[in-house]
Design a protein around this ligand. Structure first.
Ligand code: DC
Length: 210
């Protein structure tokens, strides 16, 4: 019997990890959890209601993750702020571990999946790209959604979030020592998917589909 396929994907914002995670999940027929949404939902609710983020994290419901406002940059900044809180992280741990232990296997993406949530995942990817190419992607995405912004601001906000996520004491953004590094600076989504798929297939995993 083949090993249960758990794909752990980490990386900074706009590295392409979310798109890659979705495509790999669809290809292998696996459930996917975007763990950034959990932090975004807690940060957003804490900002809106003034309630303690630890408490909100302990009571988080899956239905809260559907809010389209969570996709915006403001929610990203609030998510990054509450993500430095050790109790918030602890209160979101069980949900993520349970998702990762599904019998089907799973794909999870975030900042600490390969290091903390799924240290034993058979496939770990660390997706990066230069700050300039990540900011360019983010800028194009925001413009596409009709958001009025300028590139220097996108770059500055991204640098602030990178710094906070990498320098915090609790589960900072790090590549697991056994993660495969994928630099997508010069790649589009198709090329990143093809590279990741080739790596996973070299490990002996194949899609069960036609
Ligand atoms: O991936 P994202 O941009 O949606 O994540 C939003 C914030 O949540 C990110 O700035 C840091 C935090 N986060 C985290 O600390 N750990 C994770 N596993 C996922 C996200």
């Amino acid at each position: 019997m083949t090993e249960r396929l758990v794909i752990a994907i980490d990386g900074p914002s706009a590295s392409g990890k979310g798109t890659l995670a979705k495509r790999l999940a669809a290809h292998f027929g696996l459930p996917h959890l975007d763990t950034g949404l959990l932090y975004r939902a807690v940060g957003w609710a804490a900002f809106r209601t003034g309630r303690a983020p630890e408490e909100l994290a302990a009571q988080l419901q899956a239905s809260e993750l559907d809010n389209p406002e969570l996709r915006g940059d403001e929610a990203g900044q609030w998510g990054s702020k509450v993500a430095a809180n050790v109790e918030v992280r602890a209160n979101l741990l069980k949900l993520q571990k349970e998702f990762a232990s599904k019998a089907t296997g799973a794909v999870l993406d975030g900042r600490d999946i390969g290091t903390v949530i799924c240290p034993d995942a058979p496939v770990k990817l660390f997706v990066t790209a230069s700050p300039e190419s990540r900011a360019e992607r983010r800028y194009q995405e925001l413009r596409g959604r009709g958001v009025d912004t300028i590139k220097p601001r996108v770059l500055a906000e991204m640098a602030e979030r990178d710094r906070r996520d990498s320098e915090r004491a609790a589960a900072p953004l790090r590549a697991a020592p056994d993660a495969w590094l994928l630099d997508t600076s010069e790649m589009d989504a198709d090329a990143a998917f093809a590279a990741a798929l080739a790596f996973i297939e070299r490990k002996g995993f194949r899609s069960a589909g036609p």
